[in-house]
Ligand binder design. Structure first.
Ligand code: OAD
Length: 288
């Protein structure tokens, strides 16, 4: 619709008028749906809807650490659908990569475990994987770390024979080994809090007002503490939401300076690239 196009142009204008400004992205599953990865909470297509066939007490149990201890299999089923490597970054991911290349990227806080930020070629130092990733594994009893393959190999066995009870286990304590993804009931990585504290400090510095712009995209903002990031953004700073629906603090405590772009994240990415004169580069990245 026209209004979302206008709002996208407004965000682009802000970026153009402040050529030294940098963006702090806060993203979720919605930026990866066009890659073929379902999000969690969309009606009908979301993972939680489709998990109903697993007879879980409630859908989010699949990511609950206490539930996993007793009933690990549903997580294997989910991991099999989500396992990275099968998917290519979206236009929105590649736009974030362009922000990096143009020296306009400050940070990406991502709730996604699909590692598509890394796949896009964005330097790990910019990316905060707030909910962890499949890149390494951990024993849930003794916290011993294991390489990626330990879980990956068991997952392959599971895919061949879902009835197989031979799950990934710790060599030392026989505890269950799982990808180092943050489950409900577990803490987020220290890096998440440390970087956010430092970003907040930077936003509170004089002169930072137009220089750091927050762009939230593809998230329902339902899971805390991630959902509190946009709430904590100082009122001096611009926040923008690129999402199919208006969510979280943008709905509960809207600010006059918020830029709401109710659209598909890739469509917004296309318009932003056009306005900034980056389409050729974006097309090249899309073809790679
Ligand atoms: P959700 O599934 O809760 O929300 C995805 C949001 O993106 C919804 O508001 C959709 O309307 C929107 N959306 C979907 N496709 C879109 C598109 N192409 N363009 C724009 N918007 C789109 O996913 P998250 O908010 O990321 O935890 O979920 C947060 C956490 O809950 C996840 O990190 C996960 C889950 O439990 C773990 O993996 C540990």
């Amino acid at each position: 619709p026209k209004s979302s196009e206008e709002a996208t142009k407004k965000l682009a204008k802000l970026l153009i008028e402040n050529p030294k400004s940098k963006v702090i992205f806060m993203v979720g599953a919605g930026i990866s749906t066009s890659c073929g990865i379902p999000d969690f909470r969309s009606p009908n297509t979301g993972l939680y809807h489709n998990l109903s066939k697993l007879n879980l007490p409630y859908a989010e149990a699949v990511f609950d650490i206490d539930f996993f201890k007793e009933t690990p299999k549903p997580f294997y089923m989910l991991a099999s659908e989500l396992y990275p490597g099968k998917f290519k970054p979206s236009k929105f991911h590649l736009l974030m990569k362009l922000f990096q290349d143009k020296n306009r990227l400050h940070r990406i806080y991502s709730q996604n475990i699909d590692t598509l930020e890394r796949e896009s070629g964005i330097c790990p130092e910019y990316v905060i994987e707030a909910h962890g990733s499949f890149a390494e594994n951990i024993c849930i009893e003794c916290n011993r770390l294991y390489k990626r393959d330990v879980f990956k190999n068991k997952l392959k066995e599971y895919e061949k024979n879902p009835k197989d009870e031979n799950l990934a286990r710790c060599e030392e304590c026989d505890g269950l080994v799982k990808p180092n993804i943050v489950f409900f009931g577990e803490d987020l990585p220290r890096r998440f809090f440390e970087n956010w504290d430092s970003d907040l400090e930077e936003m509170e510095e004089e002169g930072s007002k137009e220089q750091l712009i927050v762009v939230v995209a593809g998230t329902s903002l339902t899971v805390y503490p991630f959902a509190s990031l946009p709430i904590e953004v100082p009122k001096t700073h611009h926040r923008s939401l690129i999402n199919r629906e208006i969510v979280g603090d943008f709905l509960q405590e809207p600010r006059k300076s918020d830029i709401i772009i109710k659209s598909h994240s890739d469509e917004a990415a296309q318009i932003i690239a056009e306005e900034l004169g980056w389409t050729t580069e974006l097309d090249t990245l899309m073809e790679e």
